[in-house]
Write a new protein. Structure first.
Length: 133
């Protein structure tokens, strides 16, 4: 199997050659810390907005409706392989608050399907030029 060529460290101004990694041993910990700090900032900003946007999901009405819907739909409606863990809105509550408790706007999903559908919806929304979350 061929050996990968050496590349310069990705840290700005560093010319140390590395093979298989982006950063040299000196800059790898600094890059990891920088990445963690960026993640903390993103999570903090998200959580600051979250209480406002997720207030509906904390209501007793939603909790009961969600549990009842999953009781009636115990299997994931997307993959038909796993138990349903999450009651999801087909049209989001943020854009369609009038459909928040509409039975026809709900679907029972396993966590894996919910996450993959959410990623696709997020990508579609960003591609359409709408602001996401």
């Amino acid at each position: 199997m061929p050996v990968r060529p050496l590349k310069p460290c990705a840290w700005p101004g560093c010319s140390t050659l590395v093979r298989g990694d982006y950063y040299c041993p000196r800059h790898a910990p600094l890059a990891a810390e920088r990445q963690q700090a960026a993640k903390r900032t993103v999570h903090r900003r998200y959580n600051e907005r979250r209480d406002e946007s997720d207030a509906f999901y904390k209501t007793e009405r939603w909790k009961k409706l969600s549990a009842y819907y999953r009781k009636k739909h115990p299997v994931c409606e997307h993959c038909d392989n796993a138990a349903s863990d999450i009651t999801d809105h087909i049209k989001p509550v943020k854009t369609h608050p009038d459909l928040a408790t509409d039975w026809d706007n709900l679907r029972a999903l396993c966590r894996a399907c919910h996450n993959s559908i959410g990623e696709r919806v997020g990508l579609v929304a960003e591609g359409a030029g709408r602001a996401s979350g």
